[in-house]
Ligand binder design. Structure first.
Ligand code: UD1
Ligand code: CA
Length: 451
């Protein structure tokens, strides 16, 4: 079975510069949710119109694109993809703005379509508030009447057309051209094709979210909330502990291992993978990162980072792109890392910036250490070898290398390499001026007279 996804509409009510179907839901553009589901059934085509160049950017290479320059109705949209309709196979019609249609429901629709050998099988739903939708009118044969063309009696019908159907390709090809636009909206209604057959079946779904279209940003947020709940519940069934699912935002693309605990107010986004037995949050955001087992990340920001097993991060750490923490590393409060590899058992616990640094194993980075990696034009590397000890409040002026087991004195500005096993000291020697304070006060007349 092939699938044609209609997505030419602008989505005026989104009030957006961008076409509706590229707005993201849980990290994935709306239309990609539909494409990904449709791909399980075979070849996929999309009908694009408004701002199609923007939509094309998110469409996978193997999806065929058809253009509808003017949105003259759903039948007209299908006509634009006429060449895609298979002569000897079925065609599934989906919408780019109905993102959560499930594989299972479509499978059920397909099964009914095959078994009943119908020309068209319609997916319907029962809605408490059916306003706006086409109604399923079950008379001698099934008809669909659009809301705008419906009389009071028909408007009371609660069974609606979800707009999702499977057609026999041959039937569709032969009849779609006959559809006219003599209706309230002067549109070519795909639903009018029912006039040309008696051989119609239906399948009803009771999962309203999966057939709900997104028209505005309010619906978008409601639907996203429902889906977020489903993602969290799926993860919980798979063995992830989520203390308060209402306050945890996890993208569909995220993978999390068993017995990991997610504390409240946590965002886990993009291509993130988290291992088992981790503790994540509260108040943490992790994006596009790979995290091993038994890692703790508390009140921190992590983006495009790799974290190996048994690492502890936070509170208040910021791991930026290109950070790689090897196992047992400890990164503490107000520590920022960028493009840095940090070796096993190394600690940077307080008030530090490590950028473009390669740091060995068992290194201690003292509080307040800064890699001065940027000279205003270029970034330079800092190398700190195994076992080195960087004193507190050091400025390491890159490019610079601290050798194996070397030590730098607290408060040093290190501008030259420190060889292994050596002490690097780079600060002015302290001067003590005895009784300076008393003499300073001596400038005062009163103090003078007392002397
Ligand atoms: C359509 C159905 C209606 C059903 C409803 C479900 C028709 C005539 N009516 O309503 O019975 O209850 O869907 O949501 O089919 N599109 C195009 N090109 C067009 C027109 C629409 O690509 O010329 C796309 C839109 O981008 C959208 C989808 O088709 O994704 C549905 O269009 P929309 O206008 O929302 O649906 P209705 O025609 O109102
Ligand atoms: Ca319409």
């Amino acid at each position: 079975m092939k699938t044609l996804i209609l997505a030419a509409g602008l989505g005026k009510r989104m009030n957006s510069k961008y076409p509706k179907v590229i707005h993201k839901i849980l990290g994935k553009p709306m239309i990609n949710w539909v494409i990904d589901t449709a791909k399980s059934f075979g070849e996929v085509g999309v009908v694009l119109g408004h701002k199609h160049e923007m939509v094309e950017k998110v469409i996978p290479q193997d999806v065929k694109i058809f253009l509808q320059n003017e949105q003259l109705g759903t039948a007209h949209a299908v006509m634009c993809g006429f060449d895609f309709i298979p002569e000897n196979d079925n065609l599934l019609i989906l919408y780019g703005d109905v993102p959560f249609i499930s594989y299972e429901t479509l499978k059920r629709l397909e099964k009914e379509h095959m078994e009943s050998n119908s020309d068209v099988t319609i997916l319907t739903a029962i809605l408490e508030n059916p306003a706006g939708y086409g109604r399923i009118v079950r008379g001698k044969k099934i008809e669909i009447v659009e809301d705008k063309d419906a009389d009071e009696k028909i408007k009371k019908i609660k069974e609606i057309n979800t707009g999702i159907y499977i057609f026999k390709g041959k039937f569709l090809k032969e009849n779609i051209k006959k559809i006219k636009n003599d209706n309230a909206q002067n549109e070519y209604y795909l639903t009018d094709i029912l006039k040309f057959t008696e051989n119609i079946s239906t399948v009803t779904t009771d999962d309203i979210d999966e057939v709900t279209g997104v028209n505005d940003r309010i619906q978008l947020s409601k639907l996203e909330k429902n889906m977020r709940k489903r993602i969290n519940e799926k993860l919980m069934r798979e063995g992830v502990r989520i203390i308060d699912p209402e306050s945890v935002y996890i993208d569909i693309t995220v993978k999390i291992g068993k017995d990991t605990i997610i504390y409240p107010f946590t965002f886990i986004e993009g291509e993130t993978e988290i291992g088992e037995d981790c503790v994540i949050g509260p108040m943490t955001r992790i994006k596009d990162s790979k995290i091993g087992n038994n890692v703790h990340v508390i009140r921190s920001e992590v983006e495009k980072a790799i974290i190996e097993d048994n690492v502890s991060v936070g509170p208040f750490s910021r791991l930026r792109e290109g950070t790689h923490l090897k196992s047992n590393v400890k990164i503490g409060n107000f520590v920022e890392t960028k493009k840095s590899v940090i070796g096993k058992n190394t600690k940077a616990q307080h008030l530090t910036y490590l950028g473009d640094a390669t740091i060995g194993e068992n290194v201690n980075i003292g509080a307040g250490t800064i890699t001065c990696n940027y000279d205003g034009e270029k970034k330079h590397p800092t190398i700190i070898e195994d076992g080195a000890f960087i004193g507190s409040n050091n400025s390491l002026v890159a490019p610079v290398k601290i050798g194996k087991n070397a030590i730098t004195g607290a408060g040093s500005t290190i501008t030259e390499d420190v060889p292994e096993n050596s002490l690097g000291l780079g600060r002015a020697r302290q001067v003590v001026i005895k009784d300076w304070v008393l003499r300073k006060k001596g400038g005062n007349q009163n103090a003078d007279s007392k002397e």
